[in-house]
Write a protein of this length. Sequence first.
Length: 122
Amino acid sequence: MPSRAKAEYLGPMSPRFSLAVLCALVVGCGDEPSQPREVGRLTVVVNGLPANTDAAAQVTGPGNYGQLVPETRTFAELTPGPYVVMAFPVTQGATTYDPLPATQTVNVVANETQTATVTYSP
């Protein structure tokens, strides 16, 4: 009768499986811990519009970042670099409110909060 090969158990409790997992963990871990991602914050302050009137503004920046700014708002976890705040006129009833400045560039710095202010006036 031919001899049959004995099946070897390779489940999670087997010594070979445990050794393979240990090797993978050792190889996957470097000597240096990963560095936290350097990020900053940008607060856009909107002034001068009547209550319940949204601003027409946006923020754009590195990595195709883009967000609308309907009211005063803080953007967190931003990649450091230049961000452009653009604001557009808003019409409420018969009154048009113009933004000042219409465009501004703010340099976001890691671990800091920068501020850009848009003031609307009729």
